[in-house]
Design a protein around this ligand. Structure first.
Ligand code: DOR
Ligand code: ZN
Length: 372
């Protein structure tokens, strides 16, 4: 006898860290982000970056142009901190009502971080203002020093910077983004309220063997880089523990195939927004903790950002479906995580793509990978 099909309902989830890019990528990136997420915290690392309220307002408008009239999705904006960010900019960001965090990229740490921060200590007066005005600080937590091994850069950042920031600004709400190590899990678990971390689906599902064993696979190259499996295990334990300090942030980042499969260097970033909650569901299911998915995906992030939890629900059913080999992004093609493979969980209610709107989604127009 066939086992009955399993399904779960959870409150509509939010994505607390996503890259939507701009221009002709927005149609596809916004369609995926808004498919079933209620809100997404949109990263500011455009070219040029979003460094003031006017740029954030204009970007929000461009994103909203791609939302259907009946969409209940809300993009939440962020500001890119630089060596020049002023106190006035921070205050007006807070007053805007649509900027929900300031993002610290150490200069050179990742994609489009060239305009980021060169001296974190010089930014302390800005952190003080953020603390005073209750503006959360979102951190790409990696040092950039050449002499620090790429696999150690997150742990060293915590020791050198994060521990000092947390001590010095006890009321500053901080998110250490896309954590990848057991060092980060330990630090966040022991830090007080208001110091949290996002965790991506790809860092939960994969480790550096998936990327490097046998043949190097560009689809998995992202920053912070995938670590060894013991770190991956620590992340899975953290997100399935029910600890509200860990919540969902995909760090989904669209890069065209030609930028990732490139002999001169592979762009950093993994695209998961086409199947994000389904990928997370696999992680939780594998360790028999599906009951912990809702807190991680739908409660803890909203609580941290002091926003109401979503009201309605989505349903996930254990049902196989196929991810296209390539997705269309403007004129480009993109290889997503799980390209050409099967998914185990599917969103069966509460998603846009479950309705007729699927017609205009790029998921309905797969392009096959050329042979070879
Ligand atoms: O892999 C990454 N890609 N990590 C980041 O921090 C940025 C992102 C991007 O913007 O492509
Ligand atoms: Zn990111």
């Amino acid at each position: 006898m066939n086992a009955p099909m399993r399904s779960i309902k959870i409150k509509r989830p939010d994505d607390w860290h996503i890259h939507l890019r701009d221009g002709d990528y927005l149609a596809a990136s916004v369609a995926d982000a808004s498919n079933y997420f209620g809100r997404a915290l949109v990263m500011p690392n455009l070219v040029p970056p979003i460094v003031d309220v006017a740029a954030a307002r204009a970007y929000k408008g461009r994103i909203e142009q791609h939302l259907r009239k009946d969409s209940c999705f809300t993009p939440l904006l962020t500001l890119y901190l630089t060596d020049e960010t002023s106190q006035d900019t921070l205050v007006s960001a807070k007053q805007s009502g649509f900027i929900h965090a300031c993002k610290l990229y150490p200069a050179g740490a990742t994609t489009h971080s060239e305009g980021g921060v060169n001296s974190i200590d010089a930014l302390f007066p800005i952190f003080e203002t953020m603390e005073k005005h209750a503006m959360p600080l979102s951190i790409h937590g990696e040092v950039t020093d050449d002499d620090i091994d790429i696999f150690d850069r997150e742990a060293v950042f915590i020791d050198r910077y994060l521990s000092r920031i947390v001590t010095r600004f006890p009321a500053l709400r901080i998110v250490l983004e896309h954590i990848t190590t057991r060092d980060a899990v330990a630090f966040i678990s022991e830090a007080g309220d208001g110091v949290c971390a996002t965790v991506t689906a790809h860092h939960l599902l994969y480790n550096r063997n998936d990327m490097l064993d046998g043949r190097m696979k560009p689809v998995y190259f992202c920053l912070p880089i995938l670590k060894r499996s013991t770190h991956q295990q620590a992340l899975v334990e953290a997100v399935t523990s029910g600890n509200p300090a860990f919540f969902l942030g995909t760090d989904s980042a669209p890069h065209p195939r030609q930028a990732k499969e490139n002999a001169c260097g592979c762009a950093a970033g993994a695209y998961t927004a086409h199947a994000a909650i389904e990928l997370y569901a696999e992680v939780f299911d594998k360790v028999d903790c599906l009951d912990k998915l809702e807190g991680f995906a739908s409660h803890f992030g909203a609580d941290f950002y002091q926003l109401p939890r979503n009201q309605d629900q989505i349903e996930l059913t254990e049902e196989s479906w196929q991810i296209p080999a390539l997705l269309n992004f403007g004129q480009d093609r993109l290889v997503p995580i799980r390209a050409g493979e099967k998914m185990r969980w599917r969103v069966t209610s509460g998603a846009r793509s479950s309705a007729a709107a699927m017609k205009d989604s790029h998921l309905s127009k797969p392009h096959e990978l050329p042979a070879g």
